[in-house]
Design a protein around this ligand. Structure first.
Ligand code: GLA
Length: 387
């Protein structure tokens, strides 16, 4: 991507009238397993991938932040002394929310020119927005000469989602974009915020397949699932008041109390509770290089998301079906929020060609849609430097 950075530095100069002083980048992510668990204080196992959002920046006089997105072909400005949600302009909302959070945390930033572009496919469920947010945070730290603790940086970006964009997302996406490590997945406990790196020891290629249907982080559907989980917790609290989130519900408690939880909350909760257990097992299997166990765990996760959590789609189901037809050892499941978007696949190296051929042939035949494959490597988390 060097040449792109070079081109962008030239267009930065043309636009801003001087060269950028800071360059920052942050990766998108694929979640291996642990879906819709983060906002239930649960466990997730994402990996950062080699698709980045980029920012070039320099400080300018005054209190204005000027932004230009090469990806969207748009420009906008924000006033550092008057930051508020901007209706309909999500990309400005993310930036405004982060500037607001950084100010709240007691750091002062100058006016800036920011040039932005991204390789992370948008609307695919690969966290293009978290990559963008975390690249901005890194750029701001570098320009402002301060360093945020990792989890504070994550919280600032999450608050931007909540308060400036209106999606009540969990902390998975920003965490992995900040903390990712090439070669490893990240086992993150979204309650304690403890994490450990899990080496990806499987002899398998990581292939992401896009259904061709944009994943609407269907704000309303996503927030609705979140509320349904809260309703399940409230129903459980009638018997066990100390339950604070679905993370507190062990399989034993669940067996005893599940009949007290009305539908659809019962199904939603059952997904989350069983998914947390699968994350631990998958982390072990990944470390052992046990692809057969991963294939079984991914399949169980997908079914649970389809039947209990109801966030799959016929297209996502078809992609998973085709993967299993090629080889029962392929670990395949929908990844991210669902409602369209992508599947994640761990494909034995000698089956990669067969897998790709079969998807390209069968998926359009069965769905009338064109799939896109994103072969991915794991990547390091956000970084910035003076240039
Ligand atoms: C989106 C959200 C994450 C997480 C996933 C579902 O990616 O941003 O916080 O909730 O959906 O696992």
């Amino acid at each position: 991507m060097m040449s792109r950075t070079g081109d962008s530095a030239a267009s930065f100069f043309d636009w801003s009238g001087a060269a950028p002083t800071v360059e920052a980048r942050a990766p998108g992510r694929v979640n291996l397993i642990g879906e819709h668990t983060d906002y239930n204080d649960g466990l997730v196992l994402p990996a950062a991938i080699t698709y980045d959002a980029h920012v070039l920046a320099r400080a300018i006089q005054g209190r204005t932040v000027r932004l230009r997105s090469l990806t969207l072909g748009q420009e906008g400005t924000l006033d550092l002394d008057d930051l508020h949600p901007v209706a309909g302009e999500l990309w400005l909302g993310y930036a405004g929310g982060i500037l607001h959070g950084i100010k709240d945390a007691g750091h002062r930033l100058p006016g800036m020119d920011l040039l932005i572009w991204s390789e992370v496919p948008m609307g695919a469920g690969l966290s293009s927005s978290a990559a963008y947010e975390m690249a901005l945070v890194k750029a701001f730290e570098e320009i402002g000469g301060f360093e945020l603790p990792d989890m504070e940086a994550v919280r600032i970006a999450q608050r931007a989602d909540w308060d400036f964009v209106g999606v009540q997302s969990g902390i998975m996406d920003q965490s992995i974009s900040r903390l990712g490590k090439a070669g490893d997945a990240l086992l993150l406990d979204c309650r304690s915020l403890e994490y450990r790196y899990v080496p990806m020891n499987v002899d398998a290629a990581l292939i992401i397949c896009h259904t061709g249907i944009p994943r609407e982080l269907a704000r309303s559907a996503y927030n609705e699932r979140r509320e349904e989980c809260e309703s399940a917790v409230r129903a459980l609290q009638a018997s066990e008041p100390e339950i604070r989130s679905l993370r507190d519900v062990t399989p034993e408690i669940w067996d005893r109390l599940k009949d007290t939880v009305p539908e659809p909350y019962r199904d939603r909760a059952e997904h989350v509770i069983t998914e947390n257990a699968r994350v631990f097992e998958a982390a072990d299997a990944l470390e052992r290089g046990d692809l057969a166990s991963l294939a079984a765990l991914f399949a169980a996760s997908h079914e649970s998301l389809r039947d209990l959590y109801q966030v799959s789609s016929p297209e996502l189901d078809t992609l998973v079906e085709i993967a299993h037809e090629v080889d029962s050892l392929i670990a395949a499941r929908l990844t991210g929020a669902g409602f369209g978007g992508c599947t994640v696949n761990l494909v034995p190296l000698e089956r990669v060609e067969a897998f790709e051929e079969r998807v390209l042939e069968e998926y359009p035949r069965r769905t009338g849609r064109t799939p896109t494959m994103y072969p991915a490597q794991t990547a390091n988390g956000a970084s910035a430097r003076h240039i």
